[in-house]
Unconditional design. Structure first.
Length: 416
């Protein structure tokens, strides 16, 4: 009798964690927001400096729920949040589960005491989109904006131009806003017309305080699997110059373990760093809070798909946050804030519940691996009976070709 045939060792693989939060909120509302407010690294910096940093205070707890519809209609979901100031409930419908550009949502809020309808429609074949936000019920309508805002936009691969207007303006009120944003290679530049609230200037277009402009330079793509660097400069209302830097790193930790039929030799984690510096360039009296000078830095480290550590610091305050996922439903987070001026320390806590996608799709677990050459990503879904189903995605990292990857690993600007 011959010796039993030895099974070949499985090829080495590197574990790729799923992005901690996907889809980002901006991806769901992109078509109802000016493109100027989404580019120049603003989305990444906003998430870095604000997400999971709960407002500390005595007895403050932020809680949220996200309910997904049954498998026969995954286009509908219901989200709810609450704190000591009140609560909000949002019901959303979108035309396709992978298409956030066409949607309708209804928001009910007790903190602001209003009922709001928002909708957007986008036709990629002609690049035209329309959007609108309408407060249906509001306790106190102080401005014409409280009666609704509508807008039109044109979008191509390297250009976005659009305008928003008030369907029910007050007498003498100026147009609401407009933007023009273009991209060429690694460079992006844009203008935004955003008149001051309540302005009734006879010639608002000639007042430089009604204009913002920005330019940015980005290296590599915005895919989580691609290290990247972005530098941006923005002039706000001709009075404040804002410089920002955002950098994304990928860390590899060597490991040696088995997961299913895969031989895991390493595990990736994501490290992000951001800096914002704002300084006055005009000696005139500040027109709003945006004209205050400011400096802050922040860092975020996603160690795996269930653990996120964040910290930020400025001249007056510094904060640290820890977020943990408890599958398949809960995400809990805690914030510690030091006030350097007052010499005090405070804490904030948040808990969010949402159905895990793996539970919805009928699988016990889903994990992703990439080969050592970073050219093939394998997504493995494991059934409750132990059987696994694999799907492979081929991509080319150096040229920045990530189009074949799952949606959460594609470049964010492409998804948006």
């Amino acid at each position: 009798m011959g010796a039993p045939e030895k099974k070949p060792n499985p090829p080495p693989a590197i574990l790729v964690p799923r992005v901690f939060d996907f889809p980002p909120a901006a991806a769901r509302t992109k078509m109802s927001v000016p493109a100027y407010d989404l580019m120049f690294g603003k989305l990444s910096l906003r998430a870095l400096f604000h997400d999971y940093f709960h407002q500390p205070g005595k007895g403050v707890v932020d809680a949220g729920l996200l309910f997904r519809a049954p498998l026969d209609d995954t286009r509908v979901d219901l989200a709810a949040t609450m704190s000591k100031n009140g609560g909000e409930a949002l019901m959303r419908w979108q035309r396709d589960v992978d298409d956030p550009h066409n949607f309708v949502d209804i928001l009910a809020s007790t903190s602001k005491r209003m009922l709001r309808l928002r909708s957007a429609a986008y036709y990629p074949s002609i690049g035209i989109g329309a959007f609108g936000t309408f407060p249906l019920l509001m306790e106190n309508r102080a401005s014409s904006e409280d009666y609704g805002v509508m807008g039109l936009r044109y979008v191509s691969r390297n250009l976005s131009i659009g305008a928003s207007f008030l369907p029910f303006p007050f007498p003498g009120e100026v147009p609401y806003g407009a933007w023009l944003v273009g991209r060429k290679g690694n460079f992006s530049a844009g203008l935004q017309y955003k008149p001051l609230s309540g302005s009734n200037h006879a010639m608002p277009f000639t007042d430089l305080k009604n204009w913002n402009c920005a330019i940015s330079y980005g290296m590599r793509s915005t895919s989580p699997l691609d290290p990247s660097l972005l530098f941006a400069l923005e002039l706000v209302r001709n009075t404040q110059l804002v410089a920002s830097v955002y950098q994304h790193h990928i860390l590899l930790k060597q490991e040696n373990e088995r997961r299913g039929n895969d031989h895991i030799t390493g595990r990736l984690s994501y490290l992000d760093f951001g800096l914002e510096l704002a300084t006055r360039v005009n000696e005139d009296k500040p027109v709003d809070n945006a004209d205050k000078s400011m400096f802050q830095i922040a860092g975020s480290w996603q160690l795996n798909e269930n653990l996120l550590v964040k910290a930020k610091a400025g001249p007056s305050k510094s904060s640290a946050a820890l977020a943990l996922k408890f599958k398949p439903f809960f995400t809990a987070s805690v914030t510690v804030e030091n006030d350097h001026l007052k010499g005090t320390r405070s804490y904030g806590f948040g808990i969010h519940a949402r159905d895990d996608e793996t539970a919805e799709s009928g699988y016990q677990s889903v994990y992703q691996t990439v080969d050592p050459d970073t050219s093939i990503l394998t997504q493995t879904k494991v059934n409750f009976n132990g059987e696994s189903k694999k799907r492979k995605f081929q991509f080319d990292s150096p040229p920045g070709n990530f189009e074949n990857l799952p949606t959460e690993l594609k470049p964010v600007d492409g998804v948006l």
